[in-house]
Design a binder for this molecule. Structure first.
Ligand SMILES: C[S@@+](CC[C@H](N)C(=O)[O-])C[C@H]1O[C@@H](n2cnc3c(N)ncnc32)[C@H](O)[C@@H]1O
Length: 382
């Protein structure tokens, strides 16, 4: 992938860009294999690669510059670097950024200046559904001071960008680099984008996590579904479930599914999908995953965990070890915490592993690991 921003050294986010893509994938696989020495030879599945560019469905833009000439991209010591031409975004993003740059002065949204602690507009978050091209645009503002002005100017924006199905304001009053605040004000009748991965309807709302590489995410969920299809699972928990992507893929007739996630917005999305799919023995609840597990005594046949980078941690590992579900399916975006957690789950053996390259041109990757309790009679998976 050629990137002018990288070669001119204005952006160094894609630190592995100079390495040919095949070599990047091989290097990630090599690093993962070094971290997971106890995988049987037939347990490794081929790594899943990504399209090298245009693969992201989401842009997180720091707003800098002036109200008349805003920059959308990253902050740096000299003010900011405009990343509207970043080749990781699909071609559909550039025309939206161009119109939004005209909208910012119309609505009087002065870019926030970190050092001076002045201005209102901190970030813009743009997400696209690959299902129908609809988009969600979120303005992260310091306060409500410009909200009325933004609302008044909104018809101008919507007339030019009818693909903006969801528009919202997130209030982030804290003067630090936190991306989002607690309060979200949705300005459109629609509150969610519909996405479809492997024909499963999924809903992306403000403040709900969704993978940023939908092509590779579809491969991740399909792989999990295929692995679990071969196992006699009747009760399944999907912990850290987000909008329900794993559970909704894995659930089959007769299976009881419980999904647990801290974000109420994400749970609203998961319930909407379950309703649309006509799934009956399904419960999605907005709770802390560890607390839910600890308070619910008996483990199901399979517990799926897909935590943030910090991993599942000691308390959940201890609960899993004590209650002994036969299988654990662990999807991790941070191999170091995955390895730490696997070290605590010493009664489990690794059956299968697959690497998913969600983040080309960086050292990051997603890992899916199927574990089986050692005491049980092994069942050949798939
Ligand atoms: C890596 S995302 C995975 C989401 C989902 N499984 C998916 O495939 O899109 C991690 C999720 O954990 C949620 N989360 C963070 N802390 C949590 C907690 N203590 N209990 C439950 N969910 C939590 C986040 O809101 C986020 O949705």
């Amino acid at each position: 992938m050629h990137c002018e921003l990288f070669t001119s050294e204005r952006c160094r986010s894609c630190q592995w860009l100079a390495m040919p893509y095949g070599q990047q994938l091989a290097e990630k696989q090599r690093r993962l294999a070094a971290l997971l020495p106890a995988v049987p030879d037939d347990g490794w599945q081929p790594a899943m690669g990504s399209a090298p560019q245009g693969m992201r469905n989401k842009a997180k833009m720091v707003v800098s510059g002036s109200v008349e000439r805003p920059l959308l991209g990253i902050a740096d010591a000299d003010g900011g670097v405009d990343l509207c031409a970043c080749p990781l975004y699909p071609a559909s993003f550039a025309p939206v950024f161009a119109v939004v740059k005209q909208f910012i002065p119309r609505a009087g949204l002065t870019p926030y200046h970190v050092a001076r602690r002045r201005g209102e507009l901190k970030f813009l978050l743009l997400t696209e559904s690959r299902h129908d091209g609809a988009m969600m645009l979120r303005f992260v503002l310091r306060s409500e001071a410009k909200l009325a002005q933004l609302r008044a100017a909104l018809p101008w924006l919507q007339a030019r960008l009818p693909q903006l199905r969801v528009i919202s304001v997130n209030l982030q009053p804290v003067p630090m680099a936190v991306l989002e605040g607690e309060r979200e004000i949705v300005l459109t009748p629609d509150r969610a984008l519909e996405e479809r991965l492997n024909q499963v309807p999924l809903y992306i709302r403000p403040k709900s996590f969704f993978q940023t590489n939908p092509q590779v995410a579809a491969g991740l969920y399909a792989t999990a579904r295929d692995w679990v299809a071969a196992l006699p699972v009747t009760r399944l928990w999907d912990l850290f479930c987000g909008v329900g992507c794993f559970g909704l893929h894995l659930c089959r007739p007769g299976m009881q599914l419980t999904g647990i996630e801290i974000s109420a917005e994400a749970i609203a999305s998961a319930r909407q999908s379950a309703h649309q799919l006509g799934l009956e023995q399904v419960s999605f609840q907005a709770l802390d995953s560890t607390q839910f597990a600890v308070q619910n005594g008996e483990a199901p046949d399979l517990v799926l965990v897909n935590p943030p980078r910090r991993g599942i941690g000691h308390d959940l590992c201890a609960w899993l070890s004590a209650t002994a579900p036969r299988w654990i399916l662990y999807s991790s975006c941070q191999a170091a915490t995955l390895v730490r957690d696997l070290g605590e789950l010493e009664d489990y053996r690794v059956c299968r592993v697959r690497l998913f390259d969600m983040f080309p041109h960086t050292a990051h990757y997603e890992t899916l690991v199927l574990l089986e309790r050692r005491a049980a009679t092994p069942i050949a998976a798939g």
